[in-house]
Design a protein around this ligand. Structure first.
Ligand code: SF4
Length: 414
């Protein structure tokens, strides 16, 4: 089975139209990935290509349309290209010595502002010779570059090497999902409701990833439906180290779990794994200050159509309305669509973003912070609205501390 997209290092390829981005991508992947033509701007949408970049492991190359496009279609392309910055872990600027200019400097500035590691590929070296002044300036700035000719196939190995050297350390040392909570030889119970919203014949990504994380850590794992939890506990000769449930079954699982056994949800695990748990705990505490008529943004990383009692469009709005005691104005967005201006919202509630890389989720958290809007996720919202917040956070002492200090100070948590 392929590595999920969220585990892959996302490498964004940026450059002017016809700088040779698609040719570089093809040379790196040894495949015809994007449409390459002599006509400037052939690539209209970001094209994604997963591959194994040994010894780094699974990566996702994202080939962008040129940011310097103009006109209507161009504007759309520019928007899509900008959104690629949000999920780029490592950037490549493709350019050549005759075209280097304001555009490349702007892309460099954007990378620096966002603290994204990047390298420069001076392409078409079969046509243009080195600008020594420019390369010595880049060396002074400690910016790494390489010479390539995608048509002659030169410099591609060096580019691969440079990408390996420049990959961000936090990609390599990514936090685990729950291996630090359930040690080798210890057991976890995962509670997975099989209702009509559950996809047919398979488990969803956070569940699969959690099972794999436990197995990698030599831990034991029992997977049950919520109705079988009591029985599962009764046949174990020792209580599990942790129970993890789908947030939608929180109340039933909380009722059936002995108080001394820690309990949390997949979604809360993913607030930590994909995002920033303390920040999202602060965000959930903003639910207490919501009033009738406040605007809320619910954002889901997948673009699937909601089925039945969908969590984002039906259940969370219902639980929140009950908690607040009046109607809220709720907007929903899906996929990579996200409003430019979020300042009108009193709270943003995000899904676990299991299909994304961590940087994409962190970008949204940073945007929310910059706009002064609290942000939280589904699991934390549900736990807060149902009154089991503290219990669901017990296994995360730092996050619990954030909650307690917010309460003790009796102040706006954000
Ligand atoms: S909606 Fe979010 S949490 Fe659910 S599967 Fe998609 S990315 Fe994962």
């Amino acid at each position: 089975m392929r590595a999920p997209k969220s585990f892959r290092l996302h490498i964004g390829i940026f450059g002017k139209r016809n700088a040779g981005k698609s040719s570089i991508l093809n040379a790196l992947t040894h495949q015809d990935v994007s449409i390459v033509s002599e006509v400037a701007g052939t690539t209209t949408d970001p094209v994604e290509k997963p591959m194994e970049l040994l010894p780094l492991g699974p990566v996702l190359f994202i080939d962008t349309a040129g940011i310097d496009d103009t006109g209507d279609l161009g504007d759309k392309r520019v928007g899509k290209t900008r959104a690629v910055f949000d999920r780029t872990d490592l950037g490549i600027i493709v350019t050549n010595f005759s075209e280097w200019g304001e555009y490349e400097i702007q892309v460099m500035e954007e990378f620096k502002k966002r603290e994204i590691a990047f390298v420069i590929a001076f392409n078409k070296t079969d046509k243009f010779s080195e600008n020594l002044e420019l390369t010595s300036e880049l060396e002074n700035l400690n910016i790494k570059y390489v010479f390539t000719s995608a048509t002659e196939g030169t410099g591609i190995l060096e580019l691969r090497q440079l990408l390996l050297q420049t990959a961000p350390a936090d990609f390599i040392n990514r936090p685990s999902i729950l291996a630090d909570l359930v040690g080798p030889g210890e057991a976890a119970i995962l509670v997975v409701p099989i209702d009509k919203e559950a996809p047919k014949g398979r488990l969803i990504l956070p569940q699969v990833q959690s099972i794999r994380d436990l197995l990698d850590n030599d831990s034991f794992c029992m997977v049950v439906k919520e109705r079988e939890l009591r029985q599962a506990l009764s046949i174990m000769n020792k209580p599990p180290k942790l129970i993890v449930t789908d947030s939608q079954a929180f109340l039933k699982v909380a009722a059936d779990t002995p108080p001394e056994v820690p309990m949390t949800s997949f979604s809360i695990l993913f607030a930590r794994f994909q995002g920033d748990l303390p920040e999202m705990v602060r965000g959930a505490m903003a639910i207490d200050s919501l009033k009738t008529g406040d605007k809320i943004l619910i954002a889901e990383a997948c673009s699937h159509h909601p089925i039945g009692e969908d969590i984002g469009t039906v259940k969370i709005p219902r639980w929140l309305t009950q908690y607040v005691g009046g109607k809220l104005k709720i907007d929903s967005v899906r996929g990579h669509d996200f409003p430019q201006d979020i300042s009108e919202y009193k709270l943003i509630i995000h899904c676990g973003a299991c299909m994304w890389n961590r940087r994409a989720m962190l970008s949204r958290i940073i945007k929310a912070r910059q706009a002064g809007v609290p942000i939280t996720n589904y699991g934390l919202t549900i736990a807060f609205s149902l009154g089991i917040f503290e219990r669901a956070l017990k296994v995360f002492p730092a996050a619990l501390e954030v909650y307690h200090s917010g309460q003790n100070n009796n102040q706006e948590p954000f």
